[in-house]
Design a protein around this ligand. Structure first.
Ligand SMILES: NC(=O)c1ccc[n+]([C@@H]2O[C@H](COP(=O)([O-])OP(=O)(O)OC[C@H]3O[C@@H](n4cnc5c(N)ncnc54)[C@H](O)[C@@H]3O)[C@@H](O)[C@H]2O)c1
Length: 245
């Protein structure tokens, strides 16, 4: 399939559903070969089958982002395609508890799945990106990494860590022509927040709604493509105006 990502190879973590599945569809529709990795294997296989039926080059593979071994398996798949151009570190979990009640076990799990995973993903991807002359890494943060949110102490810490890691990685990898940026979504309608009370962030969002997943995918495609060739070490906020106040 021809398009902006024709001949490019993309890995998307958390690609079984929600935003990750939408990003896979968008990048594949512009010509990319996409590997979706997740721990939801049945959903991931179904997503890949749905996108393949549309003519897209999308493969599902089990990828627990907290496992270095699983990242190595993902990179082995990329080597069968000869390269890796784009990594979207999208997998994440939400965890709600006020700081006075936070349990170390839940804190550690949230930090490991949301933030340590980004380190592991970048460590896995960089050698192959270096071999093929560069790439684009997009780390999915959140408005809750830039602003406080009552009850979300661990989630906020994990997303803030992503913003900081992104800047350091961008500095270290610029010489390799590897760009590293964060995307900062506001509320997005996905299974992650379908049970949020009172519309979650919607009342605080000037545009008055959550984003559709495809509205985040457009910004992912921008950061993944050469349209953003001079953009590195920064955040792209896609939040319906939430952080403007
Ligand atoms: N939905 C929102 O409002 C919102 C807002 C800002 C940021 N985000 C972030 O966007 C990203 C995508 O979330 P979403 O909204 O699509 O929610 P989602 O729950 O639909 O998708 C998250 C995906 O990550 C996967 N995942 C969880 N743990 C994993 C692990 N250990 N290894 C591999 N995959 C794992 C899940 O199985 C799921 O498929 C997350 O990082 C989330 O924190 C979401």
């Amino acid at each position: 399939m021809s398009g902006r990502f024709s001949g490019k190879v993309v890995v998307i973590s958390g690609g079984s559903r929600g935003q990750g599945a939408s990003h896979a569809e968008r990048l594949a529709s512009e010509g990319a070969a996409v590997l979706c990795g997740d721990v939801l294997d049945d959903e991931g296989r179904a997503t890949a089958a749905r996108l393949q039926a549309l003519g897209h080059d999308v493969t599902y593979q089990h990828l627990d982002v907290t496992s270095s071994g699983d990242w190595a398996t993902a990179m082995a798949w990329c080597r069968t395609r000869g390269r890796l151009d784009v990594l979207v570190n999208n997998a994440g979990i939400i965890h709600v508890n006020p700081l006075t009640e936070e349990r170390l076990e839940d804190w550690n799990l949230t930090l490991t799945v949301n933030a340590t995973s980004v380190l592991l993903g970048m460590q896995a991807a960089v050698p192959l990106m270096r071999e093929t002359g560069g790439g684009s890494i997009i780390n999915v943060a959140s408005i809750f990494g830039m602003a406080g949110a009552e009850g979300y102490i661990a989630y906020c810490a994990s997303k803030g860590a992503i913003l900081a890691m992104t800047k350091t990685a961008a500095l270290e990898l610029a010489k390799d022509k590897i760009r590293v940026n964060s995307i900062v979504p506001g509320g997005v309608s996905t299974p992650m927040n379908e049970n949020e009370p009172e519309g979650g962030v919607v009342p605080l969002t000037p545009l008055g709604r959550r984003a559709h997943v495809s509205e985040i995918s457009g910004s992912i495609a921008f950061l993944a493509s050469d349209d953003s060739v001079f953009v590195t070490g920064t955040e792209l906020i896609v939040d319906g105006g939430y952080l403007a106040k």
